[in-house]
Ligand binder design. Structure first.
Ligand code: FES
Ligand code: FES
Length: 170
């Protein structure tokens, strides 16, 4: 990355959920703040702001990333997905979101966007996970409310439903 002056703002352009977006950011501005305060994409939550809780997890160029550990200027030209992209259309939830609802996998919901994004990426790469694999993957997320049991159940249920959908499509 070229040297940036801390006292200036810079135009940042990238793709968010399939749409080109842009805005001004100081070099020190966190991507989580840019998403929420500049672009108004408040689905991404901010908890600890130092990479521990996982609430701010989004997808950057196909991989999970902490938006609170990423500077807005770092994603120039990248392709991002956030929790706003999960529902296929208004009024319709994704398979994973439906499973969260069925299993009561959220209470306050603060951790939920980050966990959904993380699991969405995980289930694409690991369509038939064991419970232990799900638990290991979730170890990067802190949930104060649910005790994780319903989250794990929802993830395994969603994996099964996604596999069934794939089989029915063939
Ligand atoms: S807010 Fe980013 S990991 Fe906690
Ligand atoms: S549902 Fe409240 S922190 Fe996870």
């Amino acid at each position: 990355m070229p040297h940036l002056s801390a006292s200036q703002t810079y135009r940042v352009r990238f793709t968010a959920n399939g749409h080109p977006v842009e805005g001004e950011a100081e070099p020190r501005m966190l991507l989580s703040d840019f998403l929420r305060h500049v672009l108004g994409m408040t689905g991404t939550h901010v908890g600890c702001e130092h990479g521990v809780c996982g609430a701010c997890t989004i997808e950057i160029d196909g991989a999970p990333a902490r938006a609170c550990l990423t500077l807005a200027v770092q994603v120039e030209g990248s392709s991002l997905r956030t929790v706003e992209a999960l529902a296929p259309r208004p009024g319709r939830l994704s398979v994973l979101q439906e499973a969260f609802r069925r299993h009561y996998a959220l209470q306050c919901g603060f951790c939920t966007p980050g966990i959904l994004m993380s699991l969405d990426i995980f289930l694409r790469a690991t369509p038939d996970p064991t419970e232990m694999q799900v638990r290991e993957w979730l170890s990067g997320h802190l949930c104060r409310c649910t005790g994780y049991v319903p989250i794990v159940a929802a993830a395994l249920d969603a994996a099964q439903k996604l596999r069934e959908a794939l089989t029915n499509d063939v």
